[in-house]
Design a protein around this ligand. Structure first.
Ligand code: UDP
Length: 238
């Protein structure tokens, strides 16, 4: 399958059409952005690492019965996916307080939450991706169907359980992560976008060393070294 026209360019990926109207190719870029693109950077090789990590995680989730847009990995930086219409909600799941949750509610970083928290953010850069609830989703006409919102939450919780168990075996604590879902032509809701250290937070199980995009956000060291460490741990023994 070959890339045709670029139909979308985001912060971390380019999306290309293919000869099959139901399939797209996603190319993982080396670019990095944080704080609603106020901070920008690039790290050679980052796209390839995220492509491998995302591929591995999508395969794992599919093997546990979670429908995703992922079809196959084409090469170091490209994956073939079903074409979907992205639902403009960032579904964030949190196990441990940090980032915007700590800032907004004053919960000390590192506090283990009494249960996994699922939040919705409205995917709109011009508004700074504000946090929203189910009623906002309906007012914004993202969906009128409560069952679709419940489905997003229940899928996010299932993904969390699968990934938490998987990562802890790799000596990584899954702190929080962001998911995006899309609707296929047939109207099915599937997990889409990417799942990588750009969209998740991982801390070393023993030292709490940050091995994710916070290395870039907070200038904590060499991002590629951190991402490679995650990839090495995930692929060890495979
Ligand atoms: N996240 C993301 N894209 C965004 C915002 C958040 O992938 O546009 C991820 C982020 O990497 C983290 C989780 O969602 O794993 C929660 O992020 P938070 O709300 O704490 O935001 P931040 O501290 O990045 O502003």
């Amino acid at each position: 399958m070959k890339k045709q026209e670029m139909i979308y360019e985001g912060k971390g990926k380019k999306i290309f059409s293919t000869e099959n109207e139901r399939l797209i190719i996603a190319e993982f870029k080396d670019d990095l952005t944080a704080f609603n693109a106020e901070k920008k950077g690039s790290q050679s090789g980052k796209g390839a690492i995220n492509c491998q990590i995302s591929s591995l995680i999508f395969k794992l989730l599919q093997s546990h019965g979670i429908p995703t847009h992922y079809e196959e990995t084409l090469d170091a930086t490209h994956i073939l996916c079903q074409k979907v219409e992205i639902i403009p909600i960032e579904v964030v799941v949190r196990n441990v307080a940090t980032g915007s949750l700590s800032k907004r509610l004053g919960i000390q970083e590192g506090t283990i939450l009494p249960f996994s928290l699922v939040e919705f953010y409205y995917k709109d850069d011009s508004l700074g991706d504000p946090i929203i609830n189910d009623e906002h989703c309906k007012i914004l006409n993202i969906t009128q169907k409560q069952e679709e919102l419940e489905f997003l939450k229940s899928q996010a919780r299932k993904v969390n359980e699968i990934l938490k168990d998987f990562f802890i075996q790799k000596n990584l604590k899954l702190i929080d992560f962001k998911l995006e879902f899309g609707k296929t032509k047939d109207g099915n809701i599937v997990l889409a976008d990417e799942i990588s250290p750009d969209s998740c937070r991982f801390w070393d199980k023993d030292t709490n060393q940050k091995l994710d995009k916070d290395v870039f956000r907070q200038d904590l060291g060499d991002l590629k070294v951190a991402y490679e460490e995650v990839l090495n741990r995930l692929t060890k023994g495979l």
